[in-house]
Design a protein around this ligand. Structure first.
Ligand SMILES: [Ca+2]
Length: 354
């Protein structure tokens, strides 16, 4: 992949600039609580940053089946659940399955900012999607790097007009923000799957995978001043599959319903066993449900910081639920969700696909 060699050369100077910015212009978070929830029915201009990933693929199909509400400009990919070449291929597969050739896919960062790369093939399989056959899709990647795409697009966008859904490690946006801090102007909101507080972690006792995979990136994003909604494990572990919910998807009778059911049947096994749950979470798809129907969710405006120091708390989101630190709220932290409402909406939207 041509982008890989480019990043190997360019990454270190970018990091130095990023670290310098961290201590200056990005250090003042501001909250925009009133802006965090969209009016129902409004069309959102959306970019989806993703590391597919079994649950990412379901989230992408869910989003691409909802063109009335979500005007998807592009998918941008990042290394995460599996290496970048595979996350990029899997995003292109989701696009092919949804029959949305109009949506470009840009590949981004092949590794985290500073930490050693980690992957999650034990959960998502070595190809990054469980339960279905993967192959090379017919449509290629778009020319150019995802980070350049984000900078170019957000600079050209009207003020506070673009929502970014983030379903993986936040490396791409962190790189864009450090290279071009002015792009916050074009961002309306970040809606991201990541973090854990009441639930505990899924990759360490305290850390959730997306944040743990690049805590330094999360640190930059949390301090960006852009309105942020986070869907952490606290809520995703309350929205669980059941045999009936998966059967409803399968019984739609279309290919997409079968694909989602096949992915879930394989994907939920690990989590059900590991956590002793009755079903499995579909983490990233909750981001899309939130964008489509925020009334399904409940949360609180809180201050969130990430622990990026080496040690047992590495990658933990420190969530000041009770406001004891008296620091400004920077995140709309979602803690509750309507599980049946989520699966009804997912099933309804997947039924619109081929
Ligand atoms: Ca993901």
């Amino acid at each position: 992949m041509p982008v890989s060699s480019r990043w190997k050369v360019d990454l270190f100077p970018v990091l130095l600039v990023g670290l310098a910015l961290l201590t200056t212009s990005l250090a003042t978070p501001t909250a925009h609580a009133a802006e965090a929830t969209p009016a129902n029915g409004a069309v959102r201009t959306l970019i989806i940053d993703t590391d597919p990933g079994a649950d990412d693929v379901i989230a992408l199909l869910f989003a691409m089946a909802s063109p009335q509400e979500l005007k998807i400009q592009a998918l941008t990919t990042v290394a995460g659940n599996v290496p970048l070449a595979k996350t990029s291929r899997n995003a292109r597969l989701a696009r092919e399955w949804a029959k949305r050739p109009d949506i470009p896919v840009y590949a981004g960062a092949p590794r985290p900012l500073l930490r050693t790369p980690i992957y999650a093939a034990d959960i998502h399989g070595s190809e990054g999607i469980t339960g279905v056959k993967v192959y090379e899709p017919s449509q290629p990647l778009a020319e150019g790097n995802a980070v350049d795409y984000l900078i170019r697009t957000l600079r050209a966008a009207p003020d506070r007009s673009v929502t970014l859904a983030m379903l993986g490690p936040e490396t791409n946006l962190a790189l864009a923000l450090t290279q071009a801090p002015d792009i916050t102007r074009g961002l309306r909101e970040l809606v991201l799957m990541g973090g854990a507080h009441f639930n505990g972690g899924n990759i360490t006792p305290t850390a959730e995978f997306n944040v743990f995979a690049d805590p330094h990136a999360d640190e930059i994003v949390l301090k960006s001043g852009v309105p942020i909604t986070m869907l952490p494990l606290d809520v995703t572990h309350k929205i669980l599959t059941s045999p009936e919910r998966i059967a409803k998807l399968r019984n739609i009778g279309n290919q997409a319903g079968k694909t989602v059911a096949d992915i879930l049947d394989a994907y939920v096994q690990h989590d059900m066993q590991y956590y002793g749950l009755t079903g499995g979470p579909v983490h990233d798809a909750t981001v899309i449900a939130y964008l489509l129907q925020p009334s399904l969710f409940r949360g609180r405006q809180v201050n969130v910081e990430v622990d990026s120091r080496e040690g047992v708390g590495f990658g933990q989101t420190v969530t000041d639920w009770y406001g004891g630190l008296k620091r400004p709220a920077n995140v709309n932290w979602i803690s509750e969700g309507d599980a049946q409402g989520f699966f009804d909406l997912l099933t309804q939207r997947i039924s619109r696909l081929p």
